[in-house]
Design a binder for this molecule. Structure first.
Ligand SMILES: N[C@@H](CCC(=O)N[C@@H](CS)C(=O)NCC(=O)O)C(=O)O
Length: 224
């Protein structure tokens, strides 16, 4: 799709502008699919810089994917989207019941959403260095550091998933981050707890259906 040709999804009530390999996009695809919500998926090619095209910036002035259109309104920031999905669609909850437990899960989410992922962004890597190897070193360093801290928090509350036996938003944030960690050659053998959680998540059909491979090189389509 060319920069001037971002399709709008106005004929469907929920539309997700996303990029197949973006970890932030995967989070939202996954939550929507987990809740059984159908949505129009519209690709925005980050490698072609479509996120900075004038047509996309009109949709999301932040210049990032994902962006979520709900009716006539459009929103940026994946955590805001995840919270909206959770509050709007109550079945298959992605947060625990108690408010302190919810705070723990939100802490885990933010350690990745705001403490780790932003440092591996294209724009950040390019500002750090023009050298691709150096960009990889930079991202690997910060992802590894972020995962170490995340691991320390999860260790005290884990079961099959990050927060005990309940699949939550923390898992939805972790698995795409591990996918990115591999892209940047982080040695995940140092995180057996996290890869065990990953194995459990990968067996969920919502994880498979929302994964990057399912959306690679696809044009706009309706996810049911
Ligand atoms: N805080 C934002 C971050 C979004 C973000 O960083 N998106 C990345 C893809 S995962 C992006 O669009 N990068 C484009 C760029 O760096 O130019 C969120 O959670 O939605």
């Amino acid at each position: 799709m060319s920069n001037s040709n971002i399709h709008t999804g106005s004929n469907h009530s929920i539309t997700l502008y996303h990029y197949w390999r973006s970890s932030c996009s995967w989070r939202v695809r996954w939550a929507l699919i987990h809740k059984g919500i159908s949505f129009q998926a519209i690709p925005v090619n980050l490698l072609n810089n479509e996120q900075n095209s004038s047509s996309f910036l009109k949709l999301n002035p932040g210049g990032y994917v994902p962006a979520l259109q709900v009716g006539a309104e459009i929103f940026g920031e994946s955590l805001a989207m995840l919270e909206w999905i959770e509050e709007r669609f109550l079945d298959h909850p992605l947060l625990p019941t108690s408010v302190t437990d919810r705070m723990r899960v939100r802490q885990m989410c933010l350690m990745l959403i705001s403490g780790t992922q932003p440092l591996q962004n294209l724009a950040v890597m390019r500002k750090h260095s023009n050298d691709v190897n150096e960009q990889t070193n930079w991202s690997r360093f910060w992802i590894e550091k972020g995962l170490q801290k995340f691991n320390d928090v999860v260790r005290d509350s884990t079961g099959s998933f990050c927060f005990g036996g309940q699949f939550t938003l923390a898992d939805i944030c972790l698995i795409p981050q591990l996918y990115n960690a591999r892209r940047f050659q982080v040695d995940l053998n140092q995180f057996p707890l996290l890869t065990r959680i990953e194995t459990n998540c990968l067996s969920l059909s919502s994880c498979k259906k929302s994964s990057p491979e399912q959306f690679q090189d696809k044009g706009p389509f309706l996810v049911c």
